[in-house]
Design a protein around this ligand. Structure first.
Ligand SMILES: Nc1ncnc2c1ncn2[C@@H]1O[C@H](COP(=O)(O)OP(=O)(O)OP(=O)(O)O)[C@@H](O)[C@H]1O
Length: 285
């Protein structure tokens, strides 16, 4: 379980996170949603120990995040950041193999290589293995990042046994993982994330597409200006009232009998923008 309690974070006097708490279990996909600038990436950076909160507590595997060194965290926690800065002249295969670095000393063994092969296959990039990373399209690059973080965390047994559940919990933190992906690959990525939850992973993903959050998340954390506006089951959190409050847009939740979850559509109601004061004729009198 990853637990965050009462997290506060400020930068240059601006409060970016104000008392955020969450609890994500293994076997669960938690989606973090909210408008641009709501604090989602900041929260993910705090959870991944990239930045330190000024107040609050984070526990992972029943121990404070402070307890874990970066090296030990790298064995069971991987992060797909929004802006990656990988060494771009590497071949795709070598970049994905870098995901295994926390696990081997010196040279990768056969198991590391098989894990890499498996992750290339799962993300549909085996045919790109010998390509130089910078020559790939944006969506292809995004799948390489996914393959790399998968390779970092997967147990060898998991590639042979689809029912394998990791004995030690794994944590995958994804910041807007579907950026640049086409519709097929958006669903493919989230299906992989779901499968990983069934292998003993806890996945926390920032998503902008609320319909994908409804479809794939077990829980949703809705942020507004650094505060939690809603936290719980997707259909409960992503109700029209909360969506209006968080995104300033009117929506309806459409339920269809042949669909497992409702979907959100924009409806053309007036939105709650602060209206400019309209001068009434008497003001001119
Ligand atoms: N280093 C910084 N200096 C000043 N302000 C910052 C800094 N980092 C983030 N912010 C501000 O903090 C707020 C939250 O940023 P954050 O990146 O967490 O938002 P977000 O919810 O991930 O947004 P988006 O959906 O646009 O990616 C934003 O207003 C951003 O401009």
């Amino acid at each position: 379980m990853i637990q965050a309690r009462n997290i506060h974070y400020s930068i240059k006097g601006k409060k970016l996170l104000k008392g955020v708490s969450l609890e994500a279990q293994t076997g669960e996909l938690l989606a973090i949603v909210g408008a641009n600038g709501a604090g989602k990436s900041t929260l993910l950076k705090v959870l991944s120990k990239e930045i330190l909160p000024e107040k609050g507590e984070i526990n992972i595997r029943q121990r404070s995040l402070d307890y874990w060194s970066r090296e030990s965290l790298a064995k069971f926690r991987a992060v797909l950041a929004q802006q990656n800065a990988l060494a771009f002249n590497f071949k795709v295969y070598d970049l994905v193999l870098m995901g295994r670095y926390p696990h081997f000393k010196g040279n990768p063994n056969k198991q590391d290589q098989e894990i890499v092969q498996y992750c290339l296959e799962k993300t549909g990039i085996t045919h790109l293995a010998e390509r130089i990373f910078i020559t790939l399209s944006g969506g292809e690059q995004q799948r390489v990042y996914l393959a790399k973080v998968m390779a970092q965390l997967l147990d060898y047994e998991a590639i042979w046994d689809e029912n394998h559940i990791s004995k030690t919990p794994k944590y995958l933190l994804l910041d807007e993982p579907i950026t640049g992906l086409d519709l097929f690959h958006q669903h493919n990525l989230l299906q992989i994330a779901k499968e990983l939850t069934q292998k003993g992973f806890c996945v926390i993903a920032i998503l902008h597409d609320l319909n994908l959050a409804l479809q794939y998340a077990d829980q949703v954390l809705l942020l507004k200006q650094g505060e939690v506006l809603g936290y719980g089951k997707p259909v409960e959190v992503l109700n029209p009232h909360n969506v209006l409050e968080a995104f300033n847009i009117s929506v309806n939740l459409i339920h269809q009998s042949d669909m497992a979850c409702p979907f959100i559509v924009h409806c053309h109601e007036p939105i709650l923008t602060p209206k400019p004061a309209i001068c009434q004729p008497q003001h001119f009198l």
